[in-house]
Design a protein around this ligand. Sequence first.
Ligand SMILES: NC(=O)c1ccc[n+]([C@@H]2O[C@H](COP(=O)([O-])OP(=O)(O)OC[C@H]3O[C@@H](n4cnc5c(N)ncnc54)[C@H](O)[C@@H]3O)[C@@H](O)[C@H]2O)c1
Ligand SMILES: O=C(O)C(=O)C[C@]1(C(=O)O)C=C[C@@H](O)C=C1
Length: 367
Amino acid sequence: MEKQQVLIAGLGLIGGSIAKAIKKESEHYIIGFDISESTLHFALNHGIIDEASPNFDKAALKADIIIISAPISETIQLISQLDSLPFTKEVIVSDTASVKGSVLIAANDLTNKSIRFIGGHPMAGSHKKGIEAAKAHLFENAIYVLSPLDNATEENVATLREVLSATKSNFVVLQSDEHDEMTGVISHFPHLIASSLVHQARKWEKKHAFLPKLAAGGFRDITRIASSNPVMWQDIFYHNQSKMSAMLADWIIEMEYLKKLLEDNEREEVITYLNSAKNYRDGLNEGERGAIPAFYDVYVDIPDQPGAIAEVALILANASLSIKNIEILEVREGITGALRLSFYTKEAQVAGQKVLKQRGFETMIQS
Ligand SMILES: NC(=O)c1ccc[n+]([C@@H]2O[C@H](COP(=O)([O-])OP(=O)(O)OC[C@H]3O[C@@H](n4cnc5c(N)ncnc54)[C@H](O)[C@@H]3O)[C@@H](O)[C@H]2O)c1
Ligand SMILES: O=C(O)C(=O)C[C@]1(C(=O)O)C=C[C@@H](O)C=C1
């Protein structure tokens, strides 16, 4: 394929990761735009982009492909801004927003005949934000949803896929409404519940000051995503408001049902309820999760390369550090994205992080 000029507008976690992947895997020329000057400098200085443009319109006019990866409301604004630009050739425009309905409505309103719009959403991410958290391997094996408008031809979709193939994700085409309903159920709504569980724990901490110390594997697993970017998530809830509201109503009915089962001591019914949830969850192919609660954890980011886990294990073994449990997190089917290593002692945890850092691994200990 011919070398494409790709503009990435919004170089945070997602835009930065896409830029890194394209840069690593292809010869395409990447122009970066971001309202944050420091982000633009970082991207240029770290070779994540080939050119930093302080002007969205000028950069857009040079591009063959524009990928907008800003927060959803800003994405909509940037899409509308494209309408008045005097393009001299066809331009493929895509985005990465977590909600597709309002983005595609904005794109559908465009009258500029040069624009071919293909909505996009890579179904992977993290609780971090900003360019410094961007990774070339973030989307490996993840689902990447594409939602082309009628003005985009099959050839346009193929061109975009070719450029995005650097992310090594698996493309699926979905209508915006089905996308927003499915991501509502599987991504947006769980986030709301995770945050509400944290609030519940905080309320009860007033009565039992020791309560947070008891937060072991279960609470930590189910609330990890509550540490994500609140501004981004508010934007997601706002743009998927009607679906979220319907899901909340449904959930309240479900909770009333559970409350009644417990109050009526329906022990068999509760087993049936838990069993059917277990069977469904076990069938999600997420790899077996360790049963041991993890108290002294180190999170390690690793690329999807054969031997990556073995390398981590070997580094620790050479430093005479025993691992109590090793768990693959943020898993897309078949990918090793992040590991949670559990150690027996605080000393081992600190030593483990140090030795892995020395060997170039990005690590984190959650406080
Ligand atoms: N974080 C995730 O897990 C995830 C996953 C998939 C998709 N998304 C979607 O991708 C988009 C970006 O999310 P992110 O996690 O990268 O956020 P982020 O906060 O890490 O990055 C957003 C970037 O956009 C820039 N920006 C803000 N307004 C802008 C504007 N008007 N013009 C140009 N740049 C602007 C910011 O300076 C920042 O660098 C969002 O729409 C989000 O819904 C997020
Ligand atoms: O891994 C995480 O932290 C995420 O929340 C990623 C996640 C998700 O729910 O799976 C969040 C929002 C995006 O739109 C896509 C992916």
